[in-house]
Design a protein around this ligand. Structure first.
Ligand code: EPU
Length: 419
């Protein structure tokens, strides 16, 4: 079992380089099987979700290499095999094989996806949309069996702009007959990244990144190339750390417009930062004003930064209202923050954070990926020593986090203990 030990309260300075986006690469890899050709993907983060997906690709027959942040995939021998529970349950993004396999083979048998336990996470919008494209879906106890004779484009209005459903529909429709229109599509930057990869293979996707996406089906796809966009959630997490402990901390490889909502909120709290090209320099503020945060879909404040920012709110002078609107169970980290000295009252999906309270190091648990980030930020600002267990969750989404933080002055250590 892996844990992180942090001796908090250190000032942080130097440069942190942001890696490629987890939520892009986890869709780009399943997307790659849509071609029988070769794919080159650059700026790939070496995180456990990527390693699992590479194993899945190899299981399907892809030949893959991963060196110097670049993945090269040869898909000339990909075969249609069942995606079993052993693979699918390891991560949420396994469900992207539904879209890519049904498009390629017109048949897919896939076990239920895994992922962080942050809510019920239904996939009804994916399934309804697939059915409207002519796909027959049999839902068994723990798997989906999907078949289609003629895969056809359709007009699809999404009841909610789901990131996963938008990407899955794009994957299913690039090789379909006719045109697919996705209305009320998710606008997250990762979607444009996936579309640009598929378009580089010869797909015809228009409007990705807006709420109306049009896909004109093509007969086949060729070789593909893409560079993974910088991870806006990783960038946001380090900005929070810089706002609490930074002394001219430079966060490099950032697309600023992807994290406007975070920067706006930090500025409102009194944090000063300087942008310079693709980097942002940030320092701790002497006094933080209270702010309110409500998570929502892009370009609103991202749910994936809700947990890390909640730790920041404990350091604001006054009352901050925090509201999570995307998942029904993303406040499970709050008892751990309170155990460290925070004063947070939870009602339903809202939390009233009363600050400023000093935090004290102790043993806590990462209940999921972003909860791990919240605990990490707490450990960095706490006095004394913090030990975070179940850290495997955190390592799924943050590349080389211990090295990156050590290099800017944090006293942090990763310990791997036998179970
Ligand atoms: N939803 C439905 N029905 C559906 C699909 C979604 O009700 O068919 C609901 C979900 O239950 C959830 C909300 O809509 O309450 C958002 O779901 P969405 O489909 O937009 O998210 P996702 O595709 O499951 C991805 C990221 C999440 C990130 C969200 C929102 C991946 C693998 N996951 O999830 O990332 O929170 O988009 O931006 O890309 C994380 O990185 O920590 C993480 C959880």
């Amino acid at each position: 079992m892996k844990r992180i030990i942090i001796d908090g309260g250190q000032e942080i300075s130097g440069t942190i380089k942001i890696s490629g986006a987890k939520n892009s690469i986890v869709a780009l890899l399943p997307a790659s099987i849509l071609t029988n050709g070769k794919c080159v993907i650059k700026n790939v983060p070496d995180i456990s979700d990527v390693r699992i997906l590479l194993e899945m690709l190899e299981y399907l027959g892809s030949v893959v290499s991963f060196e110097d942040e670049t993945i090269i995939i040869d898909n000339s021998n990909v075969q249609n095999k069942d995606i079993t529970e052993e693979f699918a349950s390891q991560l949420r993004a396994s469900y992207y094989f539904m879209g890519s396999m049904i498009a390629k083979f017109h048949h897919a048998k896939i076990a239920f996806p895994g992922g962080c336990v942050i809510g019920s996470r239904p996939i009804d919008i994916h399934l309804d949309s697939f059915r409207k494209m002519g796909i027959k879906i049999e839902e068994k106890v723990n798997e989906f069996i999907m078949d289609v004779d003629k895969l056809e484009g359709n007009y699809l209005y999404l009841n909610f702009p789901s990131v996963g459903a938008t990407i899955n529909i794009i994957l299913a429709s690039v090789l379909a007959e006719g045109k697919t229109i996705i209305e009320n599509a998710a606008k997250e930057p990762e979607i444009a990244n996936i579309a640009s990869f598929l378009n580089s293979m010869g797909a015809r996707i228009f409007g990705a990144g807006t709420s109306k996406i049009i896909i004109e089906g093509v007969k086949e796809l060729k070789d593909g190339f893409v560079e993974v966009i910088p991870d806006r959630i990783e960038a946001g997490t380090y900005l929070i750390i810089g706002a609490l402990l930074g002394n001219n901390l430079k966060i490099e490889n950032v697309i600023e417009s992807h994290i406007d909502s975070m920067l706006y909120k930090l500025k409102e709290a009194g944090v000063k930062y300087k942008s310079c090209g693709n980097s942002i320099e940030i320092s701790r503020a002497k006094e933080l004003k209270p702010i309110n945060i409500k998570t929502t879909v892009y370009p609103g404040f991202p749910t994936d930064l809700g947990q890390p920012i909640s730790t920041f709110l404990t350091q604001c002078n006054g009352e901050c209202l925090f509201e999570e609107t995307i998942y029904e169970n993303r406040l499970r980290h709050i008892p751990h923050l309170n155990a460290m000295g925070a004063n947070i009252k939870v009602f339903d999906n809202k939390a009233l954070v009363i600050g400023k309270t000093p935090l004290h190091g102790r043993k806590v648990k990462a209940t999921d990926l972003r909860a791990g980030a919240s605990m990490l930020v707490a450990g960095l600002i706490a006095d004394g020593r913090t030990e975070i267990c179940n850290i495997e969750h955190l390592l799924r989404g943050y590349e080389r986090i211990v090295d990156k933080l050590s290099s800017v002055g944090v006293k942090i250590e990763l310990i791997d203990l036998p179970e």
